[in-house]
Design a protein around this ligand. Structure first.
Ligand code: PGA
Length: 217
């Protein structure tokens, strides 16, 4: 069974209401492969989730950029997974290296969120993002990405199961652009991308189209 291509757009802490409307417009009008071929999941800042959900075509999905590790309660400034579900937000990015480096989020906090909330591996997408490639314009070579993705898949096989290893999507992130996406995406164990800077630009459409290149390879 083939793994469906997955393209995430991590908008990080960017944008105004007007910017968000423009990005959504570009997506809605873009000629992209159907949801049968690619999962496209954009991740706006919390404050824009409802707006984006209301404007975005149903071909696309949305993700939050983080969530609280426990149920709701007296945790000022946090947003719980239940709130995201309640809002109709099916995905969340957990353990991004910017949160680890800038907010001192630990492995324990990130993995607690996963093990506590997720009981089904089919709901999990793993992103490999070399820190030196994030936001630097330095993208991993296709061979480097393939090598690490293959190792991650092997880890899944050893530590979880052969089935989970074969079916879990492992996506690459770090300075992915329209120019680098096709070759990266064609690697056997690269199942898509987590895109930061370029997800705010029209070239995000080209990156989504890498799913077609992969399919026809
Ligand atoms: P970048 O960010 O594409 O701007 O390097 C990727 C990410 O941090 O998810």
């Amino acid at each position: 069974m083939g793994r469906k291509f997955f393209v995430g757009g991590n908008w990080k802490c960017n944008g105004t209401t007007e910017d968000v409307k423009k990005i959504v417009n570009t997506l809605n009008e873009g000629q992209v492969p159907s949801p049968d071929v690619v999962d496209v999941v954009v991740s706006p800042p919390f404050v824009f989730l409802t707006l984006v959900k209301s404007l975005l075509k149903s071909d696309f999905q949305i993700a939050a950029q983080n969530c609280w590790v426990k149920k709701g309660g007296a945790f000022t400034g946090e947003v719980s997974a239940e709130m995201l579900v309640n809002l109709g937000v099916p995905w969340v990015i957990l353990g991004h290296s910017e949160r680890r480096a800038l907010l001192k989020e630990s492995n324990e906090v990130s993995s607690y969120s996963v093990t506590d909330r997720v009981s089904n591996w089919a709901d999990v997408v793993i992103a490999y993002e070399p820190v030196w490639a994030i936001g630097t314009g330095k993208v991993a070579s296709p061979a480097q990405a393939q090598e690490v993705h293959a190792e991650l898949r092997k880890w899944l096989e050893t530590n979880v199961s052969a089935e989970v290893a074969a079916t879990t999507r492992i996506i690459y992130g770090g300075s992915v652009t329209g120019a680098s996406c096709n070759e990266l995406g064609s690697q056997t164990d690269v199942d898509g991308f987590l895109v930061g800077g370029a997800s705010l630009k029209p070239e995000f459409i080209d990156i989504i189209k890498a799913a077609e290149v992969k399919k026809s390879a």
